[in-house]
Design a binder for this molecule. Structure first.
Ligand SMILES: [Fe+2]
Length: 263
C-alpha cells in the first residue's frame, strides 16, 4: 500500500514548509467525494447552516450530516507523517472542505477565513511562533489546484521565520500551491499563505489540521457523536476526534489525561 518515502516527505516539509504527494486518491474517488461535497453544500444551504458564500463554499466539520465522509480524516501517508511530526497520540484540530468557486446568481452566506497573508500557527509572548510548529495541515486535492482556479498562495521557507506576517495585505513574492487532482499536500502551519482568487471552476479541497493531544481543537468533535457511534469508528478515528484525550471530569474519574497511550 505504502510506497511513499516518508522520511523524504518529512525532510521536504522541514526545509520548504510544504510537500506535494501526487497520485494518492483515485480519479473516481475524487469524483465521488466531489459530488457528495456539492450535495452537502446544497443541504446545508437549505437547512440554513453556515457554508461560506457564493465565492467560497466552506464545509466545516464536513462529516456532520455526512458520516461517510469521516474517512476523509485520515490517509496512510498523512498518518505516517503526523506520527513523525507530532506523536502517536496526535488529534484533529480543524477539518473543513473548501471550494473557491464563484456560483453565479446565487448570493448567500457569510464571510470566510483565510484572506490575506497569515499562518495557522500558534504564538506566545511577544508574537513568538512556537518552534517547531505544533500543527500540520493536509489538503486533499479533490480537483486540480491550479493558478486559474483559486489555488492557495504561499511563500516557500517562510515557516522558518516562526512569526506572523506584519501586514496581511503586503505585496509579497509567492508561489501557487499547484497540485493535480488526487494529490495530498502537507504543510507546516507556520508557512505564510493566503487564499487564491475565486474562479468559475470547481476547486474542492479537504483541509485537515492535526496537532498534539493537549491542544484545543476548533470545535468539540467528541460531542458530535454519541458513545455508541464512537465505538463503531476505528480506534484512529476515535483518537482523532479527541475521544481518548479529553481531560477527566475530576480527580475521582482517573489520574491520567490520556485514556489510551500510544507508545
Ligand atoms: Fe490558513
Amino acid at each position: 500500500m505504502s510506497n511513499y518515502d516518508i522520511d523524504q516527505i518529512v525532510q521536504t516539509i522541514k526545509s520548504e514548509g510544504i510537500a506535494v504527494i501526487e497520485d494518492v486518491l483515485s480519479e473516481e474517488y475524487c469524483d465521488q467525494i466531489k459530488s457528495e461535497l456539492d450535495q452537502l453544500v446544497q443541504k446545508r444551504r437549505e437547512d440554513g447552516h453556515y457554508c461560506g458564500n457564493e465565492v467560497n463554499q466552506v464545509l466545516d466539520n464536513y462529516f456532520m450530516g455526512a458520516p461517510q465522509l469521516l474517512e476523509l480524516l485520515t490517509q496512510d501517508v498523512t498518518d505516517k507523517v503526523m506520527r513523525k511530526f507530532i506523536d502517536n497520540d496526535y488529534v484533529l484540530i480543524s477539518p473543513s472542505a473548501r471550494n473557491r468557486r464563484i456560483l453565479k446568481d446565487q448570493e448567500f452566506g457569510r464571510k470566510t477565513s483565510g484572506h490575506g497573508w497569515h499562518t495557522d500557527s500558534r504564538f506566545i509572548g511577544e508574537g513568538q511562533g512556537l518552534n517547531p510548529s505544533l500543527c500540520y495541515m493536509s489538503i486533499l486535492c479533490i480537483d486540480d489546484f491550479t493558478r486559474d482556479n483559486g489555488a492557495t498562495h504561499y511563500i516557500p521557507k517562510s515557516h522558518l521565520r516562526y512569526e506572523r506576517p506584519a501586514d496581511r495585505n503586503a505585496e509579497l513574492e509567492f508561489e501557487y500551491l499547484e497540485a493535480p487532482k488526487g494529490s495530498i499536500v502537507i504543510f507546516d502551519t507556520a508557512l505564510w499563505h493566503k487564499i487564491g482568487e475565486a474562479s468559475g471552476k470547481s476547486r474542492w479541497g479537504v483541509f485537515n489540521t492535526y496537532g498534539p493531544w493537549f491542544m484545543k481543537p476548533y470545535h468539540r468533535f467528541d460531542k458530535m457523536f454519541n458513545e455508541e457511534e464512537m465505538q463503531s469508528f476505528t480506534p484512529l478515528i476515535r483518537q482523532l476526534l479527541h475521544h481518548d484525550s479529553i481531560v477527566p471530569r475530576d480527580h475521582n474519574e482517573r489520574m491520567a489525561t490520556l485514556r489510551r497511550v500510544n507508545g
